[in-house]
Structures are given as C-alpha cells and as structure tokens.
Design a protein around this ligand. Sequence first.
Ligand code: ZN
Length: 348
Amino acid sequence: MNSLIFIALFSCSPDKSMEDSGSENANVEPTDAPANDVPLVFAASDVEQSTIDLTLDWFDIAKSTWFTEDTFGAEHELYFPTYLVLTGDDLQATIDLEQRYCEHLYEHHAESVEHSRCNTNHIDPNCEHGICLFTEYALNGGAGIASSRQNDGYHLMIMSAKNPSPEEESYRRIILHEAFHIFQLSQHTETDHNRSEEIQGRLSGDHDEHVPWWMEGVAEYTSILLYAQQNGVDSDYIQNEYKNKIGYFNPDTGAPVIDDYFDLGIKLYNIKFDENALFGYQLGAWFVAYLMSEFDEQVLFDFYQNIHIDTFEENFIMHFGMPYQEYVDEFEIFLQQDPENLLSILPQ
Ligand SMILES: [Zn+2]
C-alpha cells in the first residue's frame, strides 16, 4: 500500500498558539545508531538542541507508560523503529532535512521508500517547497504520524517547533498525543489498508470516508490524562482542557461547541476530516471521557489489545457493552445539560 495516503490522515490539529521565533543552531545530524527502543531523531538545522531533548524526554514518558511489555506492540516489536522528525520554520533547513531523511530511507527501507514522496515519481505537482514531506510543517506548524509501521517498516512522527512552540504546554502534550497514536498503530500486524483503518474506528460511521472521532478522541483523552499526572502541571489542567474543547469559559455563554455540534446535525461518528473535523477531535475527546466515567481505564487498553482480532464494531460492543452508535446517542443526551454538570465526569 502507499504510505502517501497516510500523510494527511494522522495530522493532528494543534492548539492555537504563538509562533516560535526559531533560532539558528548547529546542524543536527541523525546518528546511525540502531533505534532499538528510542526514536531516531532527524532535526532541521534551525531546531534547538533543547527542543530535541525536550521532545525525547516527553516521548520517553509516553513510552514508559504505554509501550509496555505486556502489549501486542511489544510482543511483536512494533513500537520501533520510530523516526522522529523535528522541523523549525526555516524552509531551506527543512528541505535539506527531507533529503537527509530520504537518504536514510533509501539505505534502510529500500522497498517501502519507493511508495513514499522520496521517490521522484511521486512528487506532488502542487508541491511548492521541497517534496512536501515536511515542508508543510515548517510553513504551518502542527504534528502528525505519517506512516504505516506494518507496510513501511517504521513509524514516522513529525513535530513542528513552530506552532505550538516548545515553550508552550501544548507542545509537550502533543508529543504524548502523537506517541499514543504510535501505541494505537502498533497493536496489530494488518497490512491491508482498509482493514487497518476499520479496526482503528477510522472507517466507522454511515459512509466510507475516514472519521476522527474515536482514534483522535482516545489520543486526546489519554494524552491529557497522562500530561496532568506530571510534576508541576496545574491541578485543574484536565478541567481547563475539557472546557476549552467545548468553548465553555463562563456560565453566561454556555458551551458554543456543543450548540454548534447539534446545529450541524451530523452524528459524531459521521464527522469527517473536513471543515467540521474539529468537532470530531473535541467531542471525540469528550465522548471518551464520558465512556471512561462508566468504565475502568483498563478496559480501554484491553480494547486495543483486541483490535488485531475483531472488527471495530465487535470490539466496541465486547468492551463497552453496546454498539457505538447507541453510545453516541446516550452521549448526546448527556451533552444536553448545564456545562458545569458535564465537568463532574472528568477524572480529578
Ligand atoms: Zn492525532
């Protein structure tokens, strides 16, 4: 299958934030050391060493929490190699980085590289800078996973130090979010594209297009919870993040994101990666919080240990007791109350 397909799909909407000024730094070359259980870093020359260190530190928190020995991913050695690409906002530095990264793929992944943008036959005619593997991150910021471990032979995690900047809390939290995607993507050995998307819930819903609600909702929920457990994080971090997701800032204005969702009239599991995708992320995270107010968090991890066996629908019913459509119906009733009451389900 073609790894190009994945480029946009796992891109994760960053929180709005200030632009990083991006300061110059010595060229950071990737090492050739085998990446057994740490990411192999490919950093653009304008990325600070402190940003690389920070990103690896937070990746390590995710790894030690989620990539545990008792998981399918560990048993099948699927968490690594992970290539961690860090861009700043310097386009030429990012274009140089694309070349270095492609050289690595040609050396170590000769077969799958043919399906990537490193192959000049796959250059996007609309691409204006470099080969548009990483340059969009230098231009727009953001983060994403752009690989299929089962087909490519590696995970590719891309972080932009532009938006949010590494000084911001959300940068650290997004590292956890992306690392959780690696956890999700490592719990099966399926190489068929549609089947691997189906078991992740990305082909749930009443149409055949990708939907963010489940995979992104779970990554949001788990990353917010893990972040909140770290030293020095505000005790009301979870509440504030979840208030932000529904636009609930004071009792007078209510929760406009919830109002807009009902006005939209599209079921959560039918919301696509289009102009409404943010509802999938934000209310997907709320849906998972709602689910987790009724189940132990271990059930969620058990769910992932079963994705290599059952379909998403079967797996959901097995672990959460009813079809996801019915659960979303219940969730919608839950949402129709004073926003202050909604907060009471969140973990403290
Ligand atoms: Zn994501």
